[in-house]
Each structure stands twice: as C-alpha cells, then as structure tokens.
Write a protein that binds this ligand. Structure first.
Ligand code: S3P
Length: 439
C-alpha cells in the first residue's frame, strides 16, 4: 500500500524511544539459553524480534508475553537446545538469523533457517566460514544464503577470528558459539562494533573480556560457561530515535524530546555526524538499564551544513545512513559518505536505494562504490517522488521523514516493513505533527 508524507510546518513533542532492536534480540536469546526464568521489560515488539522469540520457543524455551513489552522467558538451561520440529523462520532479520547460527553451533542438533526474499538474498558466508572452522557443517543455497540447514556439535573448537568486515552480527555469532566451545574463543575487530552481546552476556553471568588495542577491539570468551536468568530492561533504540531527531532538525519549527534512549559510543555516530552538520543535540543523563547508560535527548530545527562524514564513525551509525542522507539533502553544501560498502548488503542495497530515494525527489546525488555524495538543497528539497523501498524499513521511514519538510509530498510504495523494527512509527510521527496518509 502506498503511503504519502505531506509537508508540515511543525514537528514537536515528547516521546519515549521504542525498545532497542539489538538488545531485544539478545535478551530473548540469552534468556532462552539461561537456567531459570528471565523477565524482560521494554522489549521491542517488532516483527524481527518476535521471530527470534518464536525461534527460541521452537528450541524448547518457554517464551511468554505478559503485557506490552513485558515478557517472561524460561531458558533451556543445562539440558540445552532441542531439535526444532519445524523450519526456523527469521522473516527479514539478519541479526536474528546470524546470532542464532552461533547459538546452534554448540549443540548436536540440526536446524533449517529460512527467511523472506530480502533475507534470502543476504550473504551468510561471513558467519558460515568461521563457524565451519569451529566444526559446524551446513547445506546452503547458492552463494551461502538462506534457506540453509546448519548442523552443530557438542565438541565445537574454540578459535581466534579477525572478521574481514566490521560486523556486530559476526562478532556476536562467534561469541555465542564460543560460549559452548572447548577453550577460549577470541574475536579481534579492527574497529569496534556495537557491544551489546558482550554487555548482556556479562549481565547473564558470563565472563567476557574486552580490551582495546588502538582502534581495534579484542573480545574473548571461555567455553563451557552457563548463563543465569536475569531481569532486563531494554533501553530505547538510538537507531529508531534517529528518525524522530531528523524530523525535528529539518522541520521549520522542530522541537522533539526522546526519552529513555541508550547512550553507547558504539551506536551514537548519527548524532555525532548531525552535530558536525550543525545540529544542536541535547542530552541529559537519566540512569541506566541492561548495562547501558540512558539519556533523554532533545532536537530542534537546524541550519544544516554538508560535511564529510568521518570514516571512523561508520560502524557506530551503520543503520543510520538512509536518514543521514535525508539530513544531507536539506543541508547547504556537499555531504560525502565513504567507507560504507557494508550498506550494499543490508535489508536492501542501501547505497542504491538511498541514491534512488533522493534522485526521485529532485536531489542531486552521486553513487560511489562505498558510499554517496549529496549536493544539499539548502532546505528546499523538491520532493514529489514515489520512493521504492525494496522491502527496507529504514528506506521507508527515511522517505516519509523527507516528506515532512519537502516542497511537495513524498510517497513510498510500501510501508509494511516498518513493523520489523518500529511498529509505532506512524503513530509516533502523527503525534509529533506529521501528515501521513495511506492511499
Ligand atoms: C546489528 C548489527 C548491524 C546492524 C543491524 C543490527 C546487531 O549489522 O546493521 O541492524 O544487532 O548486531 P552488521 O553486524 O551486519 O553490521
């Protein structure tokens, strides 16, 4: 169904950020593995996360919804994962599927992983290759993609691994496998990626060591550790909040406060980049949850200037490039994104999808191998385009945000995928004053 975002003159209000997607997946997975009953509050009830919950139940965990965002998970504990009776459907989720491959690796069971069209096109070799070195076997479709059947083993070999891509999913997969391997497993990443697995594993009682070596980050985990049930409060998602923040920044009269957001240096690249472009970002400490600092953040209309986005920031804003491109379109001057080739293997080829989104709305943009270059319109983005979302939730939300401040409305071909990560997006945006209509 086509949705259209009509320009409005004001985006204002205070909202609570939806639960963080990465932490929500991990809370269900670790709760499902632990001994005892874990409680989760603030869980993101997006499709991706719900699929992970169903998968943990298929492995024998008891996963129960108590109320809005409140879940109870009784883990499999020492008896371990059971062979699932059905295929495991991960829908659109790269995170759920890749993390769970690491979990299955350490048990003598076989499981078939399936997903939607977008997920079935995404590369799994990045996790299958190191898992093979640890002793896992698999049968996959052409090009190491889903559907695939993975066979784990109880005598998994520990390993030291240096992933060729900056990827928290790969790091987490190997750490989760390492939890059941025969010695110490180590991941050395050349640039730190989101560290929620490390933090949450510690929260569930595991001994996980991290140390920095210049820009590199080395994480190690000893095999044979058990997890103990925990109470987890999921912090607000900085990636979802970035849409609300951007809407305030590009609005003629913008003033938005997002409460209860996670503050973590492995996730805040978008906010640093926006500040470099001239946005004023306010932050107030309000406590902590799930081993993460919590902040309330405030955003307002900004006179944005184009910028070269520092390559160092890329891993900490890897999901925010579609919405950063919207800021770049409204800025004065040129914005250059490079060192972001990973965007080609997200829910869509996000470099191509972002370039097409801007072009169809009258913004001058150049595609490069590992990024894009946007010539900003200085506030006057023409709009008027119909954006192809390619089953990508973040392209869909970015385009609708662009329409809130462009000269003509912006439409998207499909909004269904938004539910994978931010089911309340339409309602939240309407609360802030957006004019969103379905055809
Ligand atoms: C995620 C890691 C990132 C990110 C994804 C969530 C995670 O993927 O894009 O949305 O929860 O570990 P990569 O690890 O592939 O960069």
């Amino acid at each position: 169904m086509v949705w259209t975002s009509h320009p409005v003159t004001q985006i204002t209000g205070t909202l609570r950020a939806p639960g963080d997607k990465s932490c929500s997946h991990r809370a269900l997975i670790l709760g499902g593995l632990a001994k005892g009953t874990s409680k989760i509050s603030g869980l993101l009830e997006g499709e991706d996360v719900l699929n992970t919950g169903r998968v943990m139940a298929a492995f024998g965990a008891d996963v129960e919804r108590l109320g809005e965002g409140a879940w109870r998970v009784t883990g499999v504990g020492e008896r371990g994962l059971q062979t699932p009776k059905t295929d495991l459907d991960f829908g659109n989720s790269g995170t759920g599927s890749r993390l769970m491959m690491g979990v299955v690796a350490g048990y003598p069971i076989e499981a078939r992983f399936i997903g939607d069209e977008s997920l079935s096109g995404r590369p799994m070799g990045r996790v299958l290759d190191p898992l093979t070195e640890m002793g896992v076997t698999y049968e996959a479709s052409d090009g190491k993609r889903l559907p695939l059947t993975l066979k784990g083993r109880s005598d998994l070999r520990a390993m030291s691994y240096e992933p060729p891509h900056a990827s928290a999913q790969v790091k987490s997969c190997i750490l989760f496998a390492g939890l059941n391997a025969d010695g110490e497993t180590q991941v050395r990443e050349s640039r730190i990626t989101r560290d929620h697995s490390e933090r949450m594993l510690r929260g569930f009682g595991a001994d996980v060591k991290s140390k920095r070596d210049g820009a590199a980050n080395i994480v190690s985990i000893q095999g044979g550790q058990s997890l103990i049930a925990q109470e987890t409060i999921v912090p607000g998602d900085p990636s979802s909040a970035a849409f609300l923040a951007a809407a305030a920044m590009i609005s003629p009269r913008g003033g938005v406060v997002v409460e209860g957001m996670m503050s973590n240096e492995t996730r805040d690249g978008f906010y640093r980049a926006a500040a470099l472009m001239g946005a004023h970002v306010g932050a107030e400490d309000v406590g902590s949850a799930a081993g993460e600092r919590l902040i309330d953040m405030s955003f307002e209309s900004a006179d944005l200037k184009g910028a070269e986005i520092p390559v160092d920031l890329v891993p900490s804003m890897i999901d925010e490039f579609p919405i950063l491109a919207v800021l770049a379109a409204f800025a004065t001057g040129t914005t250059v994104v490079k060192g972001a080739a990973e965007l080609r293997v997200k829910e869509s080829d996000r470099i191509k999808a972002v370039v097409a989104m801007l072009r169809v709305n009258g913004v001058e943009v150049e595609e490069t191998e590992d990024g894009f270059i946007v010539q900003g319109c200085g506030g006057a983005v023409p709009g008027g385009g119909l954006v192809e979302t390619h089953h990508d939730h973040r392209i869909a939300m970015s385009a609708l945000i662009m329409g809130t401040a462009s000269q003509k409305p912006v439409s998207i071909d499909d909004a269904a995928m938004i539910a994978t990560s931010y089911p309340e997006f339409m309602q939240h945006m309407k609360t802030l004053g957006a004019d969103l209509r379905s055809a």
